[in-house]
Design a protein around this ligand. Structure first.
Ligand SMILES: Cc1cc2nc3c(=O)[nH]c(=O)nc-3n(C[C@H](O)[C@H](O)[C@H](O)COP(=O)(O)O)c2cc1C
Length: 322
């Protein structure tokens, strides 16, 4: 089975992918099998290489994991052109986003609103499939529908017919937003309807959630988003269970070491006025499982001072009680 790290715009950037992959590394390989960039919005023009490299610095080949490039838009020709460019730059696969619920994105005819336009989805996927080499997989990410959970079977069928290699299903409609539950049994219907691999996504926060999702969706492959941010060793825990070995949960001290490195990387990458923002955002997710994250957040929430935040993190790393 494979574990995908979900694309999350404004959250799962290069430092986050690096950190989560580092946490998930195994003696042989990595518990995270596939990563996807945040979406790159395509309007009518071919984008310059620097845009792809900014979203996906992994294309430079310095990281020990690879990342699919995700495109979002509604113009089949422009998407095809940019997909080809991403493939030429070394993208191991192209992912197409038909799930984004953001108002501005949908207003510009991108993301989830296309779920009501099966013919256009078909056209986009076929054009992109034709544009990239046969050796470059094209994956597609959908929700169950736009206003209602009503378009998933016809969209899945069109996506398969258009030549996509894989389908990721976020088991909610656009209107469902990000609120529980995720409708995993609908993924099972899709799975029975098409032959390409289907990856289940939505609301997997723990090993127990994964096992229930697997049972209800019929998918062994899973994509983890917020769950992996809230429990950074979740991929390790799932793989350990599947492969029958013991997993020792990562304690707060261990996590703090990764947070420290993550803080340094994000501080280098983003302007000084945003210092600490990415760390605080991550702490928001971590609070779900670690009371220490809440404590740390309270103590640094008003600070943009690099040294202060570093010292505070250092305290959690050296604190033997944790
Ligand atoms: C802040 C945020 C940003 C997201 N950005 C993207 C994105 O760029 N592309 C995409 O396909 N999905 C995006 N998603 C959706 C996630 O990939 C995923 O489908 C969703 O969070 C459900 O999975 P989860 O319950 O494991 O988090 C985003 C979700 C969130 C919460």
């Amino acid at each position: 089975m494979r574990i995908f790290l979900a694309p999350m715009e404004g959250v799962v950037d290069h430092p986050m992918r690096r950190t989560l992959n580092a946490i998930s590394s195994l003696p042989k390989g990595n518990a995270i099998d596939v990563c996807v960039t945040e979406f790159i919005r395509i309007s009518d023009q071919p984008l310059p290489s620097r845009v792809f490299l900014r979203s996906c610095p992994e294309l430079l080949g310095k990281d020990n994991y690879s990342v699919r490039v995700q495109l979002l838009g509604s113009n089949p020709e422009a998407l095809a052109l940019n997909a080809r460019k991403a493939a030429q730059l070394g993208a191991p696969a192209i992912d197409l986003n038909f799930g984004c619920p953001a108002k501005t994105v949908n207003k510009n005819k991108g993301g989830a609103c296309l779920l009501d336009e099966t013919t256009l989805i078909y056209e986009i996927v076929s054009k992109v499939r034709e544009a990239v080499p046969a050796t470059t997989p094209v994956s597609v990410k959908i929700r169950l529908g736009y206003q209602e959970r009503d378009s998933y079977l016809r969209n899945a069928e069109a996506i398969e017919k258009a030549g996509a290699n894989e389908l990721v299903v976020h088991a909610r409609s656009k209107s469902d937003g990000y609120s529980p539950p995720a409708y995993w049994p609908c993924i099972s219907e899709i799975k029975q309807h098409i032959k390409i691999p289907v990856i289940a996504n939505g609301e997997v926060w723990s090993l127990d959630d994964y096992l229930l999702c697997r049972k209800q969706s019929g998918c062994a492959d899973v994509m983890l988003g917020r769950g992996l941010l809230a429990k950074p060793d979740l991929a390790l825990a799932i793989k350990a269970h599947i492969n029958g070995y013991q997993h020792i949960p990562l304690n707060w001290r261990g996590i703090a070491q990764y947070l420290y490195q993550f803080f340094l990387e994000t501080s280098e990458l983003y302007p000084a006025k945003y210092t600490g923002n990415r760390l605080k955002q991550w702490l928001h997710y971590l609070q779900r499982n670690y009371p220490e994250a809440q404590k740390l957040f309270k103590e640094i929430k008003h600070s943009r001072e690099r040294i202060y935040i570093q010292n505070r993190l250092q305290r959690d790393i050296t604190n033997k009680a944790q």
